[in-house]
Design a protein around this ligand. Structure first.
Ligand SMILES: C[S@@+](CC[C@H](N)C(=O)[O-])C[C@H]1O[C@@H](n2cnc3c(N)ncnc32)[C@H](O)[C@@H]1O
Length: 491
């Protein structure tokens, strides 16, 4: 069984310079309230001062975020907080995805070399988090291969101009500090909604990045006249859980809704080359399910053929994603130690010292590029091991079209989400044969079980089951079953 991610994320050597020197000195120089402090090195006292914004922003970013998340980047307190703590955190997620899918970045690089320019688009760029992480990867690659980098052209879209300017200042520092980058980097800022990129940028792109945007309020164009569309497209609303048999319903949930991000992404994908489009979102249920639903809608559009090779990751197939609704969702956790003195300090103050990087993502291949397809006999694990009531063995969910697969764990093995496994290995049972029936017990099932226990007891006492005063529970009628299902969906 081969783990599908590097056991330890290898951070490029320039990482520490960026997070421990460039960012703290930029933040102090730009955001210190007292002019006299600005040229001094970043200290414990500064960490204490800027931590207040980090703690507040961290609260705003929790899953219980207020419905109308304020335009936080308008406030200097939150821009400095993001730069110091959230930028390294999100950049580490981008980097881990770059390392997991290096062939996608190689395709990006080849496109840049062939056309003479690496053209990188960053939608909802904020301080250019994904672009900064990419620049570190490029720098590392150039050092490893001892090659010259082609000119790199960044195009950043964000509704907040100030955070774009912060990011540009940081990328310029990176560009002038490392000789391999000198004279190579140009940055175009667009203080506009991201979907304007579709009409503004006409050239081919080497890579499109979109990080932690689709979860933001106002992250989609408004289109009152939008209609349901797309194969297997799903609503953004919460859908049904497992059905009566403990399986995911095949056709259930509210009517499919067209994601308003679809049209501009379709246009952008038509000009995507090289490494295609990478979307990264938080690991929590709603953004992850939104991303899965958007994936279903994008697959089958003109530039994204409905085939497994249209996806760099995570999905090994192009069928409908069953995790776009229901109680499970597709997200990943990588065991990681994010280096950086100040990152560690802020994590400790937040009581959130990180051993895991958690995210959901979708990386689509550019038209005409074929991503490698997982060998047919292998499976991608998309859950941690779990055990449902009444089951003897734990199981993991595996990524399949329409309905997640289940793989029972016969032996105590270390299996986790994101791992690629061979179900034929002795540790696994690929079928539930010999394993007790799955699924949460429903009221009528409980009544049946109760009845059977009473029958067995009466038999043991030498009495006839029929003499039991309580009759065998009747199979519920269709309407009763539907009512029970509705009740269960609510809970
Ligand atoms: C959580 S930050 C993510 C920043 C960066 N991409 C990252 O991964 O760290 C979300 C960013 O999306 C921007 N944003 C929100 N709605 C947007 C829209 N409709 N168009 C462009 N940017 C948007 C916000 O201003 C903010 O900079």
């Amino acid at each position: 069984m081969k783990p599908s991610h590097p056991p330890d994320l290898r951070f490029p050597p320039a990482w520490n310079w960026l997070v421990d020197e460039a960012i703290p000195s930029y933040v102090k120089g730009t955001y210190s309230p007292d002019e006299r402090w600005r040229d001094k090195p970043f200290s414990e006292k500064d960490a204490q001062f800027f931590f207040r914004g980090i703690a507040e922003l961290s609260d705003l970013f929790t899953e219980d975020r207020p419905k109308t998340l304020p335009a936080y980047f308008r406030h200097p307190k939150f821009r400095s907080a993001y730069l110091l703590y959230f930028l390294p955190l999100q950049a580490a997620k981008f980097l881990s995805l770059y390392l997991l899918h290096e062939p996608a970045l190689e395709a990006m690089f080849q496109h840049g070399q062939k056309t003479g320019t690496l053209r990188i688009v960053d939608l909802g760029a904020g301080p250019g988090t994904g672009s900064l992480a990419l620049t570190l990867w490029l720098l590392d690659r150039a050092a490893r291969e001892d090659t010259e980098l082609p000119p790199i052209e960044f195009h950043w879209w964000d509704t907040d101009r100030s955070i774009l300017q912060d990011g540009r200042a940081l990328l310029e520092r990176l560009g002038s500090h490392f000789p391999r980058l000198r004279g190579k980097v140009t940055i175009h800022l667009h203080a506009d909604p991201w979907w304007r990129a579709a009409s503004t940028l006409q050239e081919e792109t080497s890579l499109i990045l979109m990080g932690h945007v689709l979860n933001e309020k106002g992250s989609r164009p408004t289109d009152k006249g939008s209609r349901p569309t797309g194969r297997g497209s799903r609503s953004m609303d919460r859908g049904p859980d497992l059905d009566e048999d403990g399986e995911f319903p095949l056709e259930a949930g509210p009517a499919p809704t067209r994601d308003l991000a679809l049209a501009p992404l379709e246009t952008l994908m038509s000009r995507a080359r090289g490494g295609g489009l990478l979307c990264v979102e938080p690991a929590s249920r709603i953004p992850s399910q939104q991303l899965s639903a958007l994936r279903d809608q994008l697959l089958g559009t003109t530039s994204v053929p409905e085939q497994a090779s249209s996806i760099w990751g995570p999905c090994p197939h192009a069928g409908r994603c069953p995790l776009s609704t229901g109680r499970d969702w597709c997200h990943f956790s990588l065991p990681t130690h994010v280096p950086g003195k100040w990152f560690k300090d802020f994590s400790r103050r937040l009581s959130a010292e990180r051993q895991w990087l958690k995210f959901s993502y979708l990386w689509l291949a550019a038209p005409g590029t074929r991503a490698p397809v997982l060998q047919q006999h292998l499976r991608l694990v998309v859950s941690e091991p779990m055990r449902r009531p009444g089951e003897r063995l734990p199981f993991v969910l595996t990524c399949e079209p329409e309905r997640p697969g289940r793989l029972w764990l016969r032996l105590p093995v270390d299996v986790h989400r994101g791992q690629v496994v061979n179900p034929k290995e002795p540790a696994f049972a690929a079928s539930s044969a010999g394993v007790p029936a799955v699924g949460p017990a429903l009221p009528q099932q409980l009544a049946q079980q109760d009845y059977q226990k009473r029958v067995a007891k009466r038999r043991a006492e030498g009495k006839t089951p029929a003499a039991d005063s309580e009759a065998k529970p009747k199979r519920l009628g269709k309407r009763q079953r539907e009512r029970l299902k509705r009740q269960r969906d609510k809970t």
